[in-house]
Design a protein. Structure first.
Lengths: 202, 83
């Protein structure tokens, strides 16, 4: 998937037979990608670490039954996404969330914020405060949109790879991605538009 | 933007347009519209910047070393901790 970091040159035979060294290589190759997925999905370091550990524990237990029909990275991503979704579901039950009751999970949002904030300096666009805002905006997306956005735009998977991980059609991936991006654009335009006004550029 | 039917109609195509995967016919329709519609140009530019910013922040995620250590420990891979 992310071929620069994790070439798929593992011996499936060794992995299936429980070879520790080969499994350690697999963990080394993918732990950063899985952690990044988890932290962007959950925006909480402790939760992300739990998902990271659970993903590889599950992978180790189920390697014997890995049939090789998908790539190892797709398979690992699938485990991690399922773990993250289960955690989110559990948390939701705990907090009795009401934030999604009034909207269809992935309804279209029409642009309201028409502000050209692209001219803001990089230091402003990428400040620590801005990055925290970006993370919160992703966290606020409905789960169905968030998972597609994180896999596609943050993890850099292709549309086809995302469709394999989530078992969705490519058309559904594109539609959800579009909605996620438009919602985030809207959020960011509100935030950066405010920065422009503060700076007196508007 | 909300007064323009065409803007609304093309909204769902912007994401694919930026990915370079929009089919040719829609692509030229959209570009023709963009040439005339300032608001949609702003939306496209800021949408592109939004995607760019998220890709850039992804590279800033570093896994704390102790997280890696605890991961290897919980998998009984202590022997392989040295990089």
């Amino acid at each position: 998937m992310d071929n620069r970091k994790a070439p798929e040159d593992f011996s499936l035979e060794a992995l299936r037979s429980g070879d520790r060294a080969e499994f350690a290589r697999l963990v080394e190759a993918y732990y950063e990608l899985i952690y990044r997925l988890a932290i962007k999905m959950l925006n909480d370091p402790q939760d992300a670490e739990d998902i990271l550990q659970e993903t590889f524990l599950k992978a180790y237990r189920h390697l014997k039954s890995f049939d090789g029909r998908s790539s190892l990275s797709t398979w690992l991503y699938r485990i991690a996404v399922n773990e993250a979704l289960m955690l989110l579901r559990r948390k939701k039950l705990d907090t009795v969330s009401i934030d999604e009751t009034l909207e269809t999970p992935d309804g279209e949002v029409e642009p309201v914020q028409i502000v050209d904030w692209c001219c803001l300096p990089e230091s402003e666009l990428m400040s620590a405060e801005a990055q925290a805002y970006l993370d919160r905006a992703v966290e606020a997306l409905p789960t169905t949109l968030r998972v597609v956005f994180v896999l596609r735009d943050i993890q850099g998977l292709s549309t086809r790879e995302v469709s394999e991980v989530l078992n969705l059609s490519e058309t559904a991936v594109k539609t959800r991605l579009s909605r996620a991006r438009l919602r985030l654009r809207e959020e960011l335009s509100g935030y950066y538009g405010e920065k422009l006004r503060e700076g007196g550029s508007l | 933007m909300s007064d323009h039917g065409e803007c609304r109609h093309l909204l769902g195509s912007l994401s694919e347009y930026l990915d370079g995967t929009l089919e040719a016919e829609l692509c030229s329709e959209l570009e023709k519209h963009l040439a005339e519609c300032e608001n949609c140009r702003v939306v496209v530019d800021s949408l592109q910047k939004t995607i760019y910013l998220y890709r850039a922040t992804a590279e800033n995620v570093a896994v704390p070393d102790e997280v890696r250590v605890r991961l290897f420990r919980c998998l009984n891979l202590d022997d392989y901790l040295e990089k």
